[in-house]
Design a protein around this ligand. Sequence first.
Ligand SMILES: O=C(OCc1ccccc1)c1cn[nH]c1
Length: 241
Amino acid sequence: MPLRLDVVTIFPDYLAPLELSLLGRARREGLLEVHVHDLRDWTHDRHRTVDDTPYGGGAGMVMRPEPWGEALDEICSSQPGRTPRIVVPGPGGEVFDQATASRLAEQEDWLVFACGRYEGIDERVYEEFSSRYPLSVLSLGDYVLNGGEVAVLAMTEAIARLLPGMVGNEASLAEESHTGGLLEYPVYTKPAGWRGHEVPEVLLSGHHGRIEAWRHEQRLARTEQRRPDLMERYRTISSSE
Ligand SMILES: O=C(OCc1ccccc1)c1cn[nH]c1
């Protein structure tokens, strides 16, 4: 069963990169199917209005509930016998991290992404649809984008590359950053000397045990230096193992 993604957005062209490269191949190989929808297709006025002024005043505009209601009603019931998880990217969401990506890749076979814009989507859309479907508000990090589209591209890539059969070499998934909670070790390739910078001797030694130890040491040092917050979690996990 390929992972099905539906994306609802007022900027469908923003999602064009989902057709390219890694994800393009995943689609061609039937691991992934992506359907992008224009929210304005569920408006009925001449100007295809999707936003309006906020109750309670304040700057900016809010996305109206009606178009979202009609769009999500139609899309979320479009696969008989199947139930999607609705995912709304937003700065106020739970953190989307590697653990989230692998959990979604393992457990979900249908995700409906709702891309917010402006100051956000009318809260009643969350109320309505979280009572009818599993719904997650997910944040890429503590910064604000203008809309959810960029977040959907990032989340889609992070999830899709974990699907079995996606990345050519599954082993590279295991070694990369954030697996096991540590950052990745430094990598080198030919030439051994470049502008006076030499590749660390140990990597040319052919001693796999020493190379593995050096790489682990590098991951610890890097994580300590760049992400002390991850060290906390790593110490807790590795002390309990
Ligand atoms: O800004 C984000 O989403 C777009 C968005 C959604 C709703 C209203 C405004 C903006 C975001 C930040 N981290 N992860 C996602």
